[in-house]
Design a binder for this molecule. Structure first.
Ligand code: LP5
Ligand code: MN
Length: 231
């Protein structure tokens, strides 16, 4: 199973409930669950692990791995501060993007999707800053209250600037998509972030490739499933 953009948070109880139902239900049929970013609406650091919303998520994920499922996590633009403490508590494995995964005889690339939005120059500058390990270490050294205030401020600025950006700017750039498929020689991409669920067929140097875009969550679970029998 592949999921992304749940944006879990204490103030979205309907999504937390959908997540709990999904993990104790449909997710049990998957031998691997790939979480492709923005599991959380805003993750200011692993020191929020004791909060009730984080505990609900950790308990659900732990129960899934204890039932025999493997769980993998790629960070998104909302939860890039997820670290090893969360991974250990939730019994999952952190992956760097892009991660190649073998599905049957074919290789697919997994990513959150924000790195493909290269037309959003302002965002890419922001991304370079927040993905820098030195910047992250400096931020994590600050008290949690300060990080929460910073997060709220950036969220507000993000909503503001998004209104000024055209929809096209905030979608993936086709050259960036082709470049990653060319470099990896992968069959296709699976990603989230844009909240534009779709299945695209694209031509990369005469090769027929695919791009699956995952749906974001509201009050029900959204997942993509790969099965060996159907490909
Ligand atoms: O997230 P979303 O969908 O609204 O928009 C994204 C891009 N925005 C972001 C910002 C995140 O929402 C912020 C999340 C914070 C998580 C918690 C962090 C923990 C605390 C540590 C502090 C950071 O990713 C948005 C894209 C959009 O996707 C579509 O792809 O357009 O990009 C932006 O809005 C970025 C702006 O263009 C530039 C950001 C200006 C902020 C500058 C920092 C100033 C901070 C001042 C602090 C005192
Ligand atoms: Mn995102």
């Amino acid at each position: 199973h592949f999921i992304a953009d749940l944006h879990l948070s204490a103030d979205r109880p309907e999504t937390l409930a959908a997540f709990a139902r999904y993990i104790s239900g449909p997710a049990r049929a998957a031998n691997a669950l790939y979480i492709l970013g923005d599991l959380f609406n805003a993750w200011p650091g692993d020191d929020v692990l004791p909060t009730p919303a984080a505990q609900l998520v950790v308990k659900a994920l732990t129960s899934l791995s204890e039932a025999g499922g493997s769980i993998f996590f790629i960070a998104g633009n909302r939860d890039f501060l997820v670290g090893e403490n969360f991974a250990k508590a939730a019994k999952l494995t952190l992956l760097q993007e892009p991660t190649p995964v073998a599905l049957g005889s074919q290789t697919w690339l997994l990513m959150h999707g924000d790195s493909l939005c290269t037309d959003d120059v302002e965002y890419q500058k922001f991304r370079t800053m927040v993905r820098n390990p030195a910047w992250q270490a400096a931020v994590l050294a600050k008290p949690l209250v300060e990080r929460l205030a910073f997060a709220a401020d950036v969220r507000q600025k993000s909503e503001q600037t998004k209104q000024e950006k055209g929809a096209g700017i905030m979608d993936v750039n086709n050259q960036a998509v082709a470049a990653s498929l060319r470099a990896s020689n992968a069959m296709g991409l699976i990603h989230g972030h844009t909240h534009r669920p779709a299945h695209h067929i694209i031509d990369v140097d005469g090769r027929k490739c695919e791009r699956w875009v995952l749906a974001d969550w509201h009050d029900k679970a959204e997942w993509l499933e790969w099965r060996p029998d159907t490909g």
